[in-house]
Design a protein around this ligand. Structure first.
Ligand code: G3I
Length: 387
């Protein structure tokens, strides 16, 4: 028995910890945000239970591991501006206060989106669609009021969300139908006027796909050419267990960097459940029936799947580290598996395991792996398991 082994045994006897247990404890005490400090900011979306302080267990995870927060729902138009002459800042104020109190980078989500926009926004008193000028004025007033209220407090805004549809055209939303495609640049203009210091993002899903990638670049360039502020393209990153995404994502990140823009990963999660269609999308309006076989891990996630998920997350973080000069922030879409929207989309009532912390707010093994690869700057390669 050499001296080091004897010392380890003595240490274990004194502390009551095995060497392995001690190592795990040491790893757990280093947080994700500390591991990635100097590389990029790591954030999470907060729900109201969390920002109001009710969900104390999740808050501990947030404060230990993340240095940025995004409003999961409380700043969406239907919540914050439910009627023409009525704003409700009760939830968003708590969210912003939570961020300020804890010195976190605060992201407002989202100013202009086709979904969860309060229905009054598009119609007049008789229920007919309003004209272009009216909707522009309503959008301007909404952005001025919301961004203005949090001027100097919210650090960045997802200004326009999901403007590109799955066939890589501009989404034919009511914003588009009533105002026309310049609603996008107008939204950026008004957001910048309301808070000249806030970062502004164009946010969308599946921007690793070449079609959507190219439209996002075109949009960003046209915003830049008009002399308007846009800081980064936001890739939502709602993924499944598909390693091919990582290679395609790298091409998109490089292409975005060529436009002089930064990239923010805004809503990261990795679902482990089967997707009901061949075409993979994150279109929020989709809903499918829960058929046998679609909820395979209702009681627990098997180790083999947990390993695959960890490999997917590791592969993504290796890419993020490789592209750290372009990537400013990586935000997870929720703190723990219980909170994740993936349990209810695109099929309601399933049990998914999409995030880094389980339903008891315990870190998955993957957390240790991600902390580990940060230390080696992502140099060690991993190979994916075959099915
Ligand atoms: O607030 C009501 C509550 O009063 C009611 O009792 C409950 C019953 O179901 O519903 C609650 O509203 C839910 C809301 O989340 C708050 O929990 C809605 O039903 C539910 O549809 C809504 O889902 C949100 C979804 O956006 C809606 O579009 C998810 O939490 C949220 O994670 C998700 O976030 C979006 C991003 O904003 C944009 N990118 C895609 C991402 C995932 O869809």
């Amino acid at each position: 028995m050499n001296l080091i082994v004897i010392m380890e045994l003595l240490f274990a006897m004194v502390t009551g910890l095995s060497f392995v247990g001690c190592k795990q404890k040491q790893e757990a005490s280093i947080s994700i945000k500390e591991a990635y400090a100097g590389k990029f900011v790591v954030g999470t979306a907060l729900n109201t239970q969390q920002s109001s302080g009710i969900d104390t267990a999740a808050i501990q995870v947030v404060l230990h591991n993340f240095n940025a927060i995004t409003a999961e729902n409380c700043m969406k138009s239907e919540v914050i501006h439910p009627a023409k002459n009525r704003y409700d800042f009760s939830q968003s104020d708590m969210f912003v206060d939570f961020g300020l109190k804890n010195n976190l980078f605060i992201v407002g989500h989202t100013l202009v989106w086709h979904s969860q926009t309060a229905p009054w926004m598009f119609v007049d008193g008789k229920g007919s669609y309003v004209c272009r000028d009216t909707l522009i004025n309503r959008m301007k007033s909404h952005i001025y009021t919301v961004v203005g209220r949090y001027k100097g407090k919210v650090n960045g805004w997802d200004v326009v969300n999901e403007a590109i549809d799955d066939s890589a055209g501009l989404r034919n939303s009511l914003w588009m139908k009533i105002i026309g495609s310049d609603y996008i640049e107008l939204a950026f203009k008004y957001a910048h006027e309301a808070d000249p210091d806030a970062e502004l993002y164009l946010n969308d899903y599946n921007l690793y796909q070449p079609g959507k990638r190219n439209v996002a670049i075109k949009l960003a360039k046209s915003i830049q050419e008009k002399g308007l502020r846009i800081d980064a393209i936001g890739e939502q990153a709602h993924y499944g267990l598909n390693p091919n995404v990582v290679t395609a994502l790298e091409s998109s990140i490089k292409a975005f960097a060529e436009t002089g823009l930064k990239v923010v990963i805004t809503e990261l999660d990795v679902s482990v459940l089967p997707f009901p269609t061949k075409k993979i999308t994150a279109e929020v309006s989709l809903e499918y029936e829960n058929k046998p076989g679609f909820n395979p891990f209702a009681n627990a996630m098997p180790d083999s799947i947990s390993l695959k998920q960890s490999e997917m997350y590791q592969s993504l973080f290796r890419l993020f580290l490789k592209q750290k000069n372009t990537i400013e922030r990586v935000t997870f879409w929720g703190v723990n598996d219980e909170q994740s929207w993936r349990n209810d989309w695109p099929i309601k009532g399933r049990t998914d395991y999409a995030l880094l912390f389980d339903r008891d707010n315990k870190p998955k093994t993957c957390v240790h792996e991600l902390i580990g690869i940060a230390a080696t700057d992502g140099q060690k390669e991993i190979s994916f398991q075959k099915n």
